[in-house]
Ligand binder design. Structure first.
Ligand code: H79
Length: 587
């Protein structure tokens, strides 16, 4: 073979390898595409607890309490619960009704409890006979029927699997009334029930959109076994953030807020909040405190305006019926989605934050204003948007342009008297370029410190605003000098300021160098270990002088490249020295 030919073949090989790599990277990015677009999913909590419906031998779980926890709440012995479970016979179950309701409501994915903490499988499991097919007179595989119905309706099918908790199995967590925790063999449970059941779910029900794990797991190594199994069998299937230990570095493809949780601001990662439609996940005959359609719509808008997904629950009854109030509320939410879905699907978080009258979402060169209330003078005021506004119209009446008023940098839209939706009215702004917020400097009041945290900061490089359980947020994932967080301050009181940083750092981050830059001033510091994950501590960094009134950029970054996360940063405080002098040290 001639030299040229060899070179040509080599070139071809290089090209092919590059193409394959690029394809791999694209596939990895694409994995999140549907999740980013779809925004709204249906959660289904269904199991033997639905038969008890919040009552065991006259004892009741009050409205607002989780009825699916009834076995644990009243320490129902395994044998009694197992006997009870024989009675589960949802003869009115029609999977098509579930999939159709999700579709009507505008929900794009459905997550069903394949096994909740009580250990009972709602599908035909070969691993354990404690399942809907082998244990009940119903003998039908609910997960299979739902998977098929969802596929028919174009709803992405997903399962919930409680991988750590199992009140039926002596090796699982949670049952301290039948089993002696000292004798628990958790590894055996993982080996013989949890992992094999997950394998069944990943093998027998077609492609799954995501797996929803719950309650974390002891070690990262254990979590990785589950992750590896998902990746091996269904590489496209997403994994939620509750897969790993809540107190360690969070794993998974996206993070969940706490149950019914709502973050105060936007994050730099994918997230979803699971929420109830009344006060319980599993059906309870005592809980009739249903959210209104307007409440659900406004929650959806709020979540999407912060870049998240809304996973909203229904708790079917034991006979297979979906509670009528759930059907009614979701039907009305669906009517709104039918008209306004364009302002939800495929949109991104509002760069401006919140408005007194509502929220916003953005897509391309459009800003969707969701007004929850009609301003008294009929003018919707939008401050904080940097872009030139070209036109405004109601989403429902696109060819009738609305009058734009410009006053002191604030854009006003004169609203028509008609066409108002009591839940959320969508007004579209067509803007020039990608919607961006005016930089909003952090101001100070008299003698008040600057408190700089995730909410007011801008991140650059790989630095990320992250969720860390307990409804708390921090900056993580920063390793190199280009990974930075910064704030724009407006100093009104020049003077001496005491600088204090608060963070958590594990031993491996100790000794890393970082810089705090305040305009031209630069302080170099060394990270100290604070203990375990998320154990935050405050450190005094000394005194700085802010010589001038006016804008000041404050920035923090690692000064040298490294592999470890610099720190879990919580806040930087600049406290006027006069205050600490007068009041003593504030801590
Ligand atoms: O599946 C739903 C819940 O059952 C599950 N996550 C959602 C999606 C969940 N697992 N753990 N938790 C929720 C948190 C546990 C809360 C508890 Fe309690 C507080 C358990 C005991 C006290 C709530 C109140 C349940 C029983 C009493």
């Amino acid at each position: 073979m001639g030299h040229r030919k060899v070179m040509r073949i080599l070139g071809l090989i290089v090209l092919l390898v590059c193409a394959a790599l690029a394809g791999g990277i694209a596939a990895a990015q694409d994995k999140m595409e549907w999740f980013r677009h779809d925004k709204f999913g249906m959660f289904v909590h269904w199991g033997p607890y639905s038969l008890l419906a919040g009552e065991w031998k006259g004892q009741r779980t009050p409205a607002g309490d989780e009825a699916e926890w009834i076995m644990q709440r009243f320490n129902i012995p395994v044998n009694d619960y197992r006997q009870m479970a024989h009675g589960l016979n949802p003869v009115k179950f029609d999977a098509n009704r579930f999939a159709k309701l999700a579709k009507v409501a505008g929900m794009k994915y459905l997550v069903v409890t394949a096994k909740h903490h009580d250990g009972f499988a709602m599908y035909h499991s070969k691993v354990s006979g404690y399942n809907i097919v082998d244990w009940t007179p119903f003998k039908r595989d609910i997960v299979k029927e739902l998977a098929e119905a969802c596929r028919k309706e174009g709803i992405r099918f997903c399962v919930y699997y409680s991988h750590r908790e199992d009140w039926d199995d002596p090796g699982g967590y949670g049952n301290h009334w039948d089993y002696d925790p000292a004798k628990k063999d958790f590894e055996k449970y993982l080996r013989e029930k949890s992992m094999p059941q997950l394998r069944e779910l990943l093998t027998n029900y077609g492609p799954l959109g995501l797996i929803w794990f719950d309650r974390g797991i002891d070690t990262t190594e254990q979590a990785k076994r589950f992750i590896d199994l998902v990746h091996e069998l269904q590489p496209q299937c997403l994994i939620n953030g509750r897969i790993g230990n809540y107190g360690h570095e969070l794993l998974g493809d996206y993070q969940n807020m706490n149950d019914n949780g709502m973050p105060t601001g936007g994050l730099d990662e994918y997230w979803e909040t699971p929420q109830t439609l009344n006060g319980t996940w599993g059906y309870s005959k005592f809980d009739q405190e249903w959210k209104t359609p307007a409440n659900v719509i406004q929650r959806l808008v709020e979540i999407v305006s912060k870049g998240g997904n809304y996973l909203l629950n229904i708790g079917p009854m034991a006979d297979g019926t979906i509670p009528a109030p759930s059907v009614a509320v979701l039907g009305q939410v669906g009517e709104w989605m039918q008209k306004n879905g364009e302002s939800i699907y495929g949109t991104s978080a509002c760069p401006v934050g919140q408005f007194p009258w509502g929220r916003c979402t953005v897509k391309g060169e459009r800003v969707f204003l969701h007004a929850f209330q009609r301003p008294a003078d009929g003018v919707l005021r939008v401050s904080g948007l940097r872009n030139e506004v070209r036109a405004a119209y109601m989403l429902q009446a696109q060819d009738r342009k609305l009058e734009l008023l410009k006053q002191d940098g604030v854009t006003g839209v004169r609203l028509p008297a008609q066409g108002w939706d009591s839940a959320a009215t969508v007004v579209v702004l067509e803007v020039k370029g990608k919607p961006e917020a005016e930089p909003k400097p952090i101001t100070q009041g008299s003698d008040s410190p600057f408190h700089l945290d995730y909410a007011g900061c801008e991140t650059a490089g790989r630095a990320m605003k992250r969720f860390n359980r307990d409804g708390k947020f921090h900056i993580g994932r920063w390793t190199n000098p280009e990974d930075q967080v910064s704030w724009r301050l407006l100093v009104s009181q020049p003077g001496r300021y005491r600088l204090r940083v608060r963070y958590a750092a594990r031993a491996e981050s100790a000794g890393r160098k970082y810089a705090v830059e305040l305009g031209e001033q630069r302080l170099e510091n060394t990270v100290e270990a604070t203990g375990d994950w998320y154990q935050y501590k405050s450190f005094e960094l000394g005194i700085v002088t802010l010589a001038n009134k006016g804008p000041l950029k404050v920035l923090i970054r690692p000064t040298e490249a490294g592999k470890q996360n610099l720190m879990y940063f919580e806040s930087l405080t600049l406290e006027p020295e006069t205050v600490s002098g007068r009041l003593g040290r504030l801590d």
